[in-house]
Design a protein around this ligand. Structure first.
Ligand code: AMP
Length: 280
């Protein structure tokens, strides 16, 4: 596995691989790798001949009051895991390599970013699409793998690729969970043991939704009400949003539609913001 920090050498290495006829898959991450990230690498391997992993805690996607400084950074461990998974190229740039002081160009996807996490985290998706576009341009990757854990992010990136006719295929990877049901996230390490316990209310809510639908409830307002009531019972949890939407457009719907209905949840457990979702 080759580790690269310089932008120029990353671009050159990727170009060389392309010239040799390799099919490149890129997996962008912010590091602190866990089994969720590793599952993306495995999907990337199946869909390419060379896998590029990027590790960069992107300041552009953090709000001024968010956890940029305390975000977990575990590079030595990450390198070991990436090597074990058979990553071919790992790109770990510094902030100033990607954004110099005169940086002034951004990629902004509109409608689909104005809801859910986009509403609660202004500027977040602009930061995500800008860095992802830079990584796509530098690597010229053929495939990009993104987790459905960040479902809106996966849809936003897919929209950007479609709108800008980018020559890359986006693959959405299923959510990896702990046995308890909690979706794996680098931010789970912020949770105390009582908070971890309280956080289970998220995956419980996803199950409750499935059960309610199976029992025949199709009215979206009713479903949201039942989910809100369930989550509100957990004292340590404050709801940011509960939305049930069309899974493609992320537009509101009135009635449940089979396999096209997304429930997206965002809550604060103590100070930690967690998200989860399901398409039913
Ligand atoms: P992050 O490092 O949190 O920015 O995540 C990097 C990539 O890993 C994103 O595409 C995430 O959606 C994906 N990811 C994070 N957690 C999970 C998970 N539990 N299951 C599947 N993919 C995940």
């Amino acid at each position: 596995m080759k580790k690269i920090s310089s932008v120029q050498s990353f671009q050159k290495q990727c170009l060389n691989l392309k010239k040799q006829g390799e099919k490149l898959a890129i997996v962008p991450t912010m590091g602190a790798l866990h089994e969720g990230h590793l599952s993306l690498i495995r999907i990337a391997k199946k869909n390419s001949t060379k896998v590029i992993l990027t590790i960069f805690v992107n300041p552009l996607q953090f709000g001024p009051k968010e956890d940029l400084d305390k975000y977990p950074r575990t590079l030595t461990k990450d390198l070991k895991l990436a090597k074990r998974e058979g990553v071919d190229l790992i790109f770990c740039p510094q902030i100033e390599d990607l954004y110099d002081e005169n940086f002034q160009t951004y990629v902004d996807v509109e409608k689909i970013t104005h809801k859910l996490c986009g509403k609660s985290r202004p500027g977040h998706f602009r930061g995500v699409t800008t860095i992802v576009m830079k990584l796509f341009m530098l690597s010229q990757a053929d495939v990009g793998v993104f987790g459905k854990k960040d479902y809106q992010q996966y849809r936003v990136i897919s929209q950007m690729v479609k709108d800008l006719n980018l020559p890359i295929k986006i693959i959405g990877a299923p959510i990896k969970r702990e046995k308890s049901g909690l979706a794996l996230s680098s931010r789970n390490q912020y949770l105390s043991s009582s908070e971890s316990q309280a956080a289970l209310v998220l995956s419980q809510a996803l199950k409750l939704l499935k059960n309610l639908i199976q029992e025949g409830e199709k009215n979206i307002s009713q479903l949201k009400r039942r989910i809100r009531t369930h989550i509100s019972k957990e004292d340590l949890v404050n709801i940011d949003y509960i939305e049930i939407l069309d899974s493609e457009s992320l537009e509101p719907i009135e009635k449940y539609r089979s396999k096209k209905t997304l429930m997206a949840l965002a809550v604060f457990v103590g100070k930690t913001r967690l998200i989860d979702n399901v398409v039913v």
